[in-house]
Ligand binder design. Structure first.
Ligand SMILES: Cc1ncc(COP(=O)(O)O)c(C=O)c1O
Length: 457
C-alpha cells in the first residue's frame, strides 16, 4: 500500500538532495506567482496518493529555497546531516506520539539519552533536565516559565495556581540586544518585554557586566537576568562569569538564563569554549539543534538546572494520563508531540564528540575565511570580530540592502541583512555541515564582483 508513494517520495528526495549544492540558492519569487501554482479549490473527491505527491512536487519546485545547501548563509540556518535526515524519516514512518512514556518507551528513552549527551557536550550540569521542543523560541519560553515559578516560590507565590495578578513579579533584566524570541517569551509569560530593565552592550553586542551591576544596584527581591550566547549579528557572547558573580550574593532570589540558540555550541569545540566561559554557572539554557547541530527542522532544547522548577511549570495532568518525570511532555509546553529527539540522537552518534567539535570549529574557520576574503576588498568593511560563525559587513560607499538584493537575485549564495550601529549591514552565517572552503570563495568572489559592478554604474 505504501510502496508506490514511498518510491515517489524517495525519488524526489534523491533528486532534491543531489541538486541542492548547485541550484540557485535564493528564490526571488513573488507570492502571487507561488499562489497561482497552489491555490486551487479543495477537490470534492480524493486523489491517488502518489499522484498527489507528483503534482505537489511539481507545483512547489520554484518556491523551494536551497537553505539546507552549502552556500546558504542567511539567518542562522543549518542543513540536515545524513544520519539526522534518515532518522527523521523513520520518526515520521513510526509516527510515535512522544508525549508520555507509555505511548513510546523508545522515544522517551532515546530522548533521555540524547539529552544527557547534549549536557555532556555543552559542559552543562549532568543532573539538569532537558526538554525537546520546536526551537529556541519555545525553549526560551520553557526556561523562563521554570524561572518564573522558582522565583515566585521564593516569595511563597504559586504562579501556576494563582496567576500573575498581584504577584510579586521578579525584576527582569536583559541585554539591549536580546533576541526577539526572548522578548516574545517574556510577553507570553506575562512578564512583559517593555518593563524589562535593559543593560547597555559593548561594540560586539555583549551585555556590559559593569552596567549590569549598576542596574542591579538597589534592586531588591527576585531577579531574572537573561543573557545571551551568540549575538545574532556578531556571534559574541555575554560575559557569563562576571554576570554570575554579580548575582552570586542573591542566592535563590536570582535566576540566570542564557539564550544560546546557536552560540552555546561553542562549548562543544575545545578551541572556542573560551568564548562562553562561565556559561555553566547559569540556571537555564535555550539551545537549538536545528541550527548548528544540523538536524532537520524543528528541534530546540530547554535545559534547566532545577528539575522541579521545569516540571512544576510545565507538567499537566488529566485523569486519563497522569504525567510523570519519565514523560517527555512534562518538560515542554506541548502535549502530543513528535519524537524530535531521535534525529538529535542520530546526529550525535554519527558525529561523535570529535565530529561535533569539528563541525563547530570548521564553520568558525570558514566564517573567518569569508571575512578575510571580503575584507581584503577596499570597498568592504567587516564590522564584527568574527570569533564564531557570523560575519557582519557593509560596503563603504554603496547601499547594503541593494548589495544584499543583488546577491539574493544572483543565486550563487544567500546573504541577509540586519541593522548595526543604526545602519543597514549584511550578515553572513556559516552553520551548514556541508559548506567547504571552495563554497566560501565562490560566494565571496561573487559578492565582490557584484560590489565592483555596482561601483561602475
Ligand atoms: C540568540 C537567538 N535566540 C533565539 C533564536 C530563535 O531560534 P528559533 O527560530 O529556533 O526559535 C535565534 C535565532 O536565530 C537566536 O539567534
Amino acid at each position: 500500500m505504501f510502496d508506490d508513494v514511498l518510491d515517489r517520495a524517495r525519488r524526489w528526495v534523491g533528486d532534491w538532495l543531489a541538486g541542492l549544492g548547485e541550484r540557485p540558492v535564493g528564490v526571488p519569487l513573488a507570492p502571487a506567482a507561488m499562489r497561482a501554482r497552489l491555490d486551487g479549490e479543495l477537490p470534492e473527491e480524493g486523489e491517488p496518493a502518489s499522484q498527489v505527491l507528483e503534482d505537489l512536487a511539481a507545483a512547489v519546485e520554484p518556491g523551494l529555497v536551497a537553505s539546507a545547501g552549502p552556500r546558504y548563509f542567511g539567518f542562522v540556518t543549518g542543513g540536515a546531516l545524513p544520519a539526522a535526515l534518515g532518522a527523521d524519516w523513520m520518526v515520521t514512518a513510526a509516527d510515535q506520539n512522544a508525549a508520555v512514556y507509555a505511548m513510546s518507551p523508545a522515544a522517551a528513552v532515546v530522548e533521555e539519552t540524547a539529552g544527557r549527551w547534549v549536557l555532556d557536550l555543552l559542559g552543562l550540569p549532568g543532573d539538569a533536565t532537558v526538554g525537546f521542543g520546536t526551537g529556541a523560541q519555545m525553549a526560551n519560553v520553557s526556561c523562563l516559565a521554570a524561572a518564573r515559578r522558582a522565583l515566585l516560590l521564593t516569595r511563597g507565590w504559586d504562579v501556576e495556581s494563582d496567576g500573575l495578578a498581584d504577584a510579586p513579579v521578579p525584576t527582569v533584566v536583559i541585554g539591549e540586544q536580546a533576541h526577539a524570541t526572548l522578548l516574545q517569551a517574556l510577553r507570553l509569560l506575562g512578564l512583559g518585554s517593555g518593563r524589562a530593565v535593559r543593560v547597555p552592550v559593548d561594540d560586539q553586542g555583549r551585555m556590559r557586566a559593569d552596567a549590569l551591576r549598576a542596574r542591579l544596584d538597589g534592586v531588591t527581591g527576585p531577579v531574572l537576568v537573561c543573557a545571551q550566547a551568540g549575538n545574532v549579528d556578531t556571534g559574541a557572547s555575554d560575559p557569563f562569569a562576571a554576570i554570575a558573580d554579580a548575582l552570586a550574593a542573591r542566592g535563590g532570589e536570582a535566576w540566570l538564563h542564557v539564550d544560546g540558540a546557536f552560540g552555546l555550541w561553542a562549548a562543544a569545540a575545545p578551541g572556542r569554549r573560551h568564548l562562553v566561559a562561565g556559561v555553566e554557572r547559569a540556571d537555564s539554557w535555550a539551545v537549538d539543534a536545528h541550527k548548528w547541530l544540523n538536524v532537520p527542522y524543528d528541534c530546540g532544547m530547554a535545559v534547566v538546572r532545577d528539575r522541579a522548577a521545569l516540571a512544576g511549570a510545565l507538567t499537566t495532568s488529566a485523569a486519563y494520563i497522569g504525567f510523570g518525570e519519565l514523560d517527555p511532555s512534562s518538560r515542554v509546553p506541548e502535549s502530543s508531540r513528535r519524537a524530535r529527539a531521535t534525529p538529535v540522537y542520530a546526529a550525535l552518534r554519527s558525529l561523535g564528540r570529535r565530529g561535533v567539535a569539528d563541525l563547530v570549529e570548521r564553520c568558525c574557520t570558514l566564517a573567518r575565511q569569508a571575512a578575510d576574503e571580503l575584507g581584503r576588498h577596499p570597498e568592504i568593511e567587516v564590522l564584527n570580530a568574527v570569533e564564531l560563525n557570523q560575519v557582519l559587513f557593509r560596503p563603504r560607499h554603496g547601499d547594503a540592502r541593494e548589495l544584499a538584493d543583488a546577491v539574493q537575485r544572483d543565486g550563487t549564495c544567500w546573504i541577509g541583512t540586519s541593522v548595526w550601529d543604526g545602519r543597514p549591514a549584511l550578515r553572513l552565517s556559516v552553520s551548514n555541515w556541508s559548506t567547504t572552503p571552495a563554497d566560501v570563495t565562490r560566494s565571496t568572489d561573487r559578492v565582490l564582483a557584484l560590489v565592483e559592478a555596482a561601483g561602475q554604474r
